[in-house]
Design a binder for this molecule. Structure first.
Ligand SMILES: *Cc1c(COP(=O)(O)O)cnc(C)c1O
Length: 417
């Protein structure tokens, strides 16, 4: 459930008309509902009540520090994949001891920063990374707390670009090598074994890949304990899907119940890294129609947002519902909703039935809170859009729209020109 709804044919975010914000801020902009963010967090986190657990929001899904602050205030930790995300999480007030660090290519600089900040845990994804981590921790006089990220070789029914737990993917360490890596880690003086982790993919709408992954982790977890290793944390990653169109993902309660059934009785702390399920439906992208045109067999509605603002349709062929901000237009047409970027892949919807938008009309692209702004770029030298948060009857710009001048920052013409 989210707080974007019509009142008298006008789209509101909580208590604020979306058109009012567009008038003040200009378009395009991302719009987040505070009540939706906190509600989703509590529904998810609350589903695990009765089990020792930590919910670490996946910062890569939305890294705006106001979003992170809203979650920090509710008690969330963070799952980060870079030094930049660490900076954001700390700036937002997420305690270092609730931050876990994932990623196959952590740089020495990122590792140093994370050690300096005394984060909770590194999810280690290769033997070489383990060795680098151990060496850097040694030179800093620190001990790095780690989980080995396992690749459980589980097929997840999602877009191939966001399936991460199959044997052919670059993530984690194969199951058969796990014990070997733990034995090596156990001998390293500056490494403390803390847990085991995995993350099998994103936008999963079936519960079985999760339960299979958890069973695989549990098996290794028990073997490690029998070998005398004192690990406590079991991290199942993120990946729970949301409804963009007609998907029917499990409710967090169902997800939690299935996981609890498996690990009940093991004395463990469960770590979860949800991103999309918290923020996906808590944000929309608001854009304005610029032009319309027809070819012999197509109608196009050209809007002022583009693939640089929201790349998911171009990258994953993903679906975002297209809704009018004011329901004043009658009749529906079949059209392509496209942006100004010079790529045929620059579309938001193709051959979709939608209102006959005219120049100046506001259009809402729904479910754009996750992997929306965080994947935005400056392609075509387009400034990235503003981000706005609503709480009740108030709204605030949480990131200014970029201006073209800013895009030139750091560039210079060499003396030989
Ligand atoms: C991307 C990612 C997540 C979050 O995935 P969602 O599908 O947004 O929940 C969690 N953990 C890791 C390691 C990730 O790479």
């Amino acid at each position: 459930m989210h707080h974007f709804a019509y009142r008298d044919d006008e789209l509101y975010c909580e208590e604020v008309p979306v058109a009012h914000i567009a008038d003040q801020v200009g378009t395009p902009f991302y719009l987040y509902s505070h009540a939706t963010i906190t509600r989703h967090y509590h529904v998810f986190d609350g589903a695990f009540n009765g089990l020792e657990h930590l919910t670490c929001f996946s910062v890569k899904s939305n890294s705006n520090i106001a979003v992170l602050r809203a979650l920090a205030r509710e008690g969330a930790g963070a799952d980060i994949v870079s030094g930049g995300e660490l900076l954001r999480a700390l700036r937002a007030g997420i305690p270092a001891d609730k931050i876990v660090f994932s990623g196959v290519g952590k740089t020495p600089a990122d590792i140093e920063l994370a050690l300096q900040s005394d984060i909770f845990m590194f999810n280690v994804e290769s033997l070489q990374e383990l060795q680098v981590l151990s060496r850097i921790a040694g030179t800093k006089g620190k001990t790095a707390s780690i989980a080995v990220r396992i690749n459980p070789d589980i097929a997840a029914d999602t877009h191939p670009y966001i399936a991460t737990g199959m044997g052919e993917n670059k993530f984690g360490i194969p199951m058969r090598d796990a014990l070997h890596v733990y034995k090596i880690a156990d001998e390293l003086k500056h490494i403390e074994l803390s847990g085991i982790s995995c993350h099998i993919g994103s936008q999963l709408t079936d519960i079985h890949p999760f339960t299979k992954a958890l069973e695989s982790l549990q098996k290794i977890f028990r073997e490690l304990r029998e070998m005398g290793m004192e690990i406590r944390n079991l991290n199942l990653g993120g990946g729970l899907g949301i409804t963009y169109d007609e998907e029917n993902p499990p409710h967090p309660n169902e997800y939690a119940r299935a996981l609890k059934e498996i690990i009940e009785g093991d004395s463990i702390t469960l770590i979860l890294e949800p991103g999309r399920v918290i923020i996906g439906n808590a944000g929309i992208l608001v854009t304005r129609a610029l032009y319309t045109k027809s070819t012999s067999n197509k109608r196009f509605i050209i809007v002022d947002a583009a693939m640089n603002d929201l790349i998911r349709p171009a990258l994953y062929n993903s679906f975002h519902a297209v809704q009018p901000v004011k329901r004043t237009l009658s009749g529906m047409i079949k059209a392509d909703l496209v942006g100004p970027v010079c790529e045929t892949g620059d579309f938001f919807a193709r051959d979709r039935t939608m209102p006959p938008f005219e120049p100046g009309d506001l259009v809402a692209l729904m479910s754009a809170g996750a992997y929306g702004f965080s994947m935005a770029s400056n392609y075509n030298s387009r400034p990235r859009p503003a981000e706005v948060m609503v709480k009740g009857g108030q709204f605030s710009i949480i990131r200014e729209r970029e201006i073209p001048e800013e895009l030139l920052k750091g560039e210079s013409v060499p003396a030989f020109l």
